[in-house]
Design a protein around this ligand. Structure first.
Ligand code: ADP
Ligand code: MG
Length: 603
């Protein structure tokens, strides 16, 4: 038998690697603009045609690239930003992996015109599918112009995978927003198909936010600021009355880089809770500055999650700062508060944690949102409110008894002492004794968790149960919705929607998921599309989750408040056998346990 292992050609290897970094036009935009920022540009222009399919051009007045380096810049692992492994820990630039340009050049036709300040002549370089086609001297201004044409021209499968122009364009805007919001000291312009989309002069953060999202924000932003020994939190939140059900603006930045952080998101929503309706989402633009050594820099460039060392402590600072800001602002209308007044921030104390005599096993890998398969429980304290008053920090823990016993009994059997012993309190909470104390369950949230899991399962098994409608309802989509519905039709069908394309952006809804009888099908579908658009998810699994969550919420609202005891028992059983009984899919607590010891202490 002959040898079967071949070395991949560079071109193929680059194309494969490119798939990781460059998934869509928006990824090119992000990488090019980040390079311009790293090059010290003061003015950056983004020019896009056809949602980035035909052209993405970034023009900067940064430091430019020398003739010799120009070709190098497109080599894989070519970076001018790190030289030693140690540099990794003190990274201040956006890029450092030296992958972006190589990846882009592997899957597009790229033209670079560049010159450094003082260069006699500049360089023109044309690369197509990793092959250098032209390199010559030209006259050009100091700075760089990267033009990326016909993205994925040589990877038809990828090109086909691109979504409708509206969606890709929306993704570009999203990427652009994330960058410009942390660089108010740099001027940006952005045009699409020759129309100016945004023109952003140098300004401060607040003005930049207003320039990006509109003048109406002028009166709706409250500034937030907190400084502790280990973290600084600044930025703006929307006034409580500017919170909306839809399209809220929610941004976290860590050391000037956009990030998602569902745990910190809860810190903000927690602070807002007393001030807004549960169904509304607050706006926020929060900038976290922290020692880079205490965050995980070794993350993939396309990922937006960041790991922090002291997440709980930062959680408290964020929540405290937001709360303080809201209180001050509403005080601004009535009471007269001194601006100097500051709130006591809890200070994180490593030693304190070690001294803590609570015997719990900390689950380091704990992530309330992702950890789907193990049963995690807060023990003594499952309420952050209490953490505020009691600085003994407690991490969500794994109860090992439960883990090991899981195979013999179902978790619900282990937890329940008396199945029949369930109190339905005010139609909102279920209260039931468990081994270690008294368990309070938020009814609506429990229902959301259970039906979310149910919908996710229906989607994965592709077996939705549809309830035929007496009269089909017709929905006519907005252009934004048109960009997204066709892409969701399969998932919607798996969940139980029976939707039929009537042409001209109209669809008829012939059936809805069983269990959702009585809802307004058109409104429900609109809400779902809205949620998906607003979340701006890019990954199919995420979209599916948003879809399932939107439906789960609808279902929970539909379900009656007067549930019977048997229904309560079955709900609890289903909750405890769900993927994550402790939290709703978007991270709200479902369960609170009042332990026996805690109870004893009260008397
Ligand atoms: P990385 O940004 O991770 O270093 P890239 O592939 O994005 O890798 O870029 C490779 C190199 O090309 C950079 O390290 C930088 O030296 C150079 N470069 C890229 N874009 C620009 C630009 N707009 N201005 C100046 N230099 C640039
Ligand atoms: Mg880069």
């Amino acid at each position: 038998m002959g040898d079967i292992i071949n070395l991949l050609s560079d071109t193929i290897a680059n194309q494969i690697a490119a798939g990781e970094v460059i998934q869509r036009p928006a990824s090119v935009v992000k990488e090019l603009i980040e390079n311009s920022l790293d090059a010290g540009a003061h003015n950056i222009q983004l020019i896009v045609k056809d949602a980035g399919r035909t052209l993405i051009q970034v023009i900067d007045d940064g430091k430019g690239i020398s003739k010799a380096d120009a070709k190098m810049a497109f080599e894989r692992h070519a970076t001018s930003k790190i030289r030693t492994a140690d540099d990794l820990f003190s990274i201040t630039t956006m890029g450092f992996r030296g992958e972006a340009l190589a990846s882009i050049a592997a899957v597009a036709q790229v033209e670079l015109k560049t010159a450094r300040q003082g260069d006699q002549t500049g360089t023109l370089l044309r690369i197509s599918g990793s092959e250098i086609e032209t390199q010559e001297s030209i006259a050009c201004m100091p700075g760089s112009v990267f033009s990326v044409k016909n993205l994925f021209f040589n990877v038809p499968a990828r090109r086909k995978f691109l979504k409708a122009n509206e969606t890709e364009f929306r993704n570009i805007i999203t990427e652009f927003e994330r960058i410009v919001l942390v660089n108010p000291h740099i001027a940006f312009t952005f045009s699409h198909n020759d129309a100016v989309i945004m023109n952003l002069p140098v300004s401060n953060i607040k003005q930049r936010i207003i320039n990006v999202f509109g003048k109406r924000l002028n009166t709706q932003l409250i500034s937030v600021s907190a400084e502790t020994s280990f973290v600084t939190v600044t930025g703006f939140i929307g006034t409580p009355d500017s919170s909306r059900k839809r399209s809220s603006m929610q941004f976290f930045f860590a050391n000037n880089r956009y990030m998602r952080h569902s745990y910190f998101h809860r810190a903000v929503t927690h602070a807002f809770e007393p001030f807004i309706n549960a169904s509304d989402a607050p706006n926020y633009f929060i900038y976290i500055t922290i020692d880079p050594a205490s965050i995980d820099v070794n993350i993939h460039p396309t990922k937006t999650e960041i790991k922090f060392e002291n997440e709980r402590a930062i959680w408290l600072v964020i929540s405290g700062a937001v709360k303080e800001a809201i209180e001050k602002s509403s005080a601004g209308h009535g009471l007269n508060f001194s601006n100097k007044e500051t709130i006591e921030m809890p200070v994180y104390d490593h030693n304190r944690e070690k001294k803590s005599n609570i015997e719990i096993k900390i689950n380091q890998g704990y992530d309330p949102f992702r950890n789907q398969k193990t049963y995690n429980y807060h023990s003594n304290v499952s309420n952050w409110e209490q953490l505020h008053s009691d600085t003994t920090t407690i991490e969500p823990i794994e109860i090992h008894e439960i883990e090991s016993a899981k195979h013999r009994q179902s978790p619900s059997e282990i937890l329940f002492e008396e199945r029949k012993n369930i109190l339905i309190y005010r139609g909102k909470y279920l209260v039931t004794p468990i081994k270690s104390g008294l368990c309070f369950i938020n009814l609506r949230r429990a229902r959301v968790r259970v039906s979310f899991d149910d919908y996710m399962q229906r989607i994965s098994k592709k077996q939705g149960i549809s309830q035929g409608a007496l009269f089909p309802e017709i929905i006519t989509l907005t252009p934004k919705e048109v960009a997204i519905l066709p892409f969701l039709l399969d998932e919607l069908a798996y969940i139980g929607f029976d939707i039929c394309d009537l042409g001209n952006d109209s669809y008829s809804i012939n059936g809805i998921p069983a269990g959702l009888e009585g809802i307004d099908p058109v409104e429900t579908l609109r809400d779902i599309l809205d949620k998906v658009l607003e979340t701006g998810c890019e990954v199919k699994e995420e979209i599916t989750e948003v879809l399932a969550l939107a439906l789960a919420r609808k279902t929970a609202v539909q379900q009656s408040r007067n549930l019977k005891e048997e229904e309560a028992a079955s709900l609890i059983a289903r909750l405890f056998s769900s993927s994550s009984p402790n939290y709703t899919p978007n991270g709200k607590s479902i369960i609170f346990i009042l332990t026996d010891e805690e109870l004893e202490r009260r008397f």
